[in-house]
Design a binder for this molecule. Structure first.
Ligand code: KIV
Length: 274
């Protein structure tokens, strides 16, 4: 089953294709994007899913947590991404405060995201506590991706970003929540920062695709934050992160080169003027 790439040539990835990938053993590749130019490149590379994550709060806006980002901000990022994408499934994070504890507001927020950005689906964090919101969003025909394990919007409840599901009680709640999300009709589930054995257990206990970030190799897919995997920052360095590029060094190098060229009157040259 290693290295299957059955759905490379589909013209549009849908939630149904993700389910087929899971059933047929093809791993799902997901990355975040928040802007037109990046999304266009990810789509050209044939990424399966683009997540317009609320991690935009961290990597785009510089906030310490994901809590401050607004619905308007997310719609702005999502519509920029949607304008670039032809093939990938575009999923948009519902920001903190737009779906918890009020399913009517949750539906209104999800409708705004879908109508104003043109995205394909929404994602929200939590299990049983948000099941009423999930029901109502699904009732409008909007596909929902769940997110369990480390849920960054609850950082103030937990106080740390350490590995989740390390006690029996937590594992039981995670398994029960995963079942609830599947039964309610979520089309996929992100599992963040949990032991690999638990990632495997959750994946084997449900029939919808699981997509892991720091959840080991057994989930049906993997997701990383684009800026982290491209090495925009050397500071953020969790164990699960594989850096595929050293963008910070390359950008600083290129910018330093440009500055020197300008200072030394080497840019623009004769061919670079009218
Ligand atoms: O906001 C985000 O980027 C996410 C991923 C880490 C899964 O939720």
């Amino acid at each position: 089953m290693k290295g299957q790439y059955l759905y490379r040539n589909v013209s549009k990835v849908t939630t149904h294709i993700l389910q087929r990938m899971r059933n047929e053993g093809e791993k799902i590749a997901m990355l975040t994007a928040y802007d037109f130019s990046t999304a266009r490149l990810l789509d050209e590379a044939k990424i399966d899913v683009i997540l317009v994550g609320d991690s935009a709060a961290n990597v785009m806006a510089g906030y310490k947590t994901t809590l401050p980002i607004t619905l308007n901000d997310m719609i702005y990022h999502a519509s920029s991404v949607v304008r670039a994408v032809e093939r990938a499934l575009v999923v948009v994070d519902m920001p903190f405060g737009t779906y918890q504890g009020n399913s009517i507001e949750a539906l209104a927020s999800a409708i705004r995201i879908m109508k104003e950005s043109g995205a394909d689906a929404v994602k929200l964090e939590g299990g049983m506590e948000v099941s009423e919101s999930i029901d109502r969003i699904l009732s409008a025909g909007i596909p929902v991706m769940g997110h369990l394990g480390l849920t960054p919007q609850s950082i103030n409840k937990f106080g740390t970003y350490t590995v989740r599901a390390t006690t029996q009680k937590e594992v039981e709640k995670l398994l029960a929540d995963a079942k609830v999300l599947e039964e309610r009709g979520c089309f996929a589930l992100v599992l963040e920062k949990i032991p690999a054995t638990i990632g495997k257990q959750v994946t084997e206990s449900i029939n919808i695709p699981t997509i892991g970030i720091g959840a080991g190799p057994h989930t049906n897919g993997q997701v990383l934050v684009f800026h982290d995997m491209m090495g925009y920052s050397q500071q953020f360095s969790p164990r699960f992160l594989r850096r595929y590029h050293n963008f910070s060094e390359e950008i600083i190098g290129a910018v330093t080169h440009y500055i020197n060229d300008v200072k030394q009157r080497e840019f623009p040259n004769e061919k670079e003027q009218y």
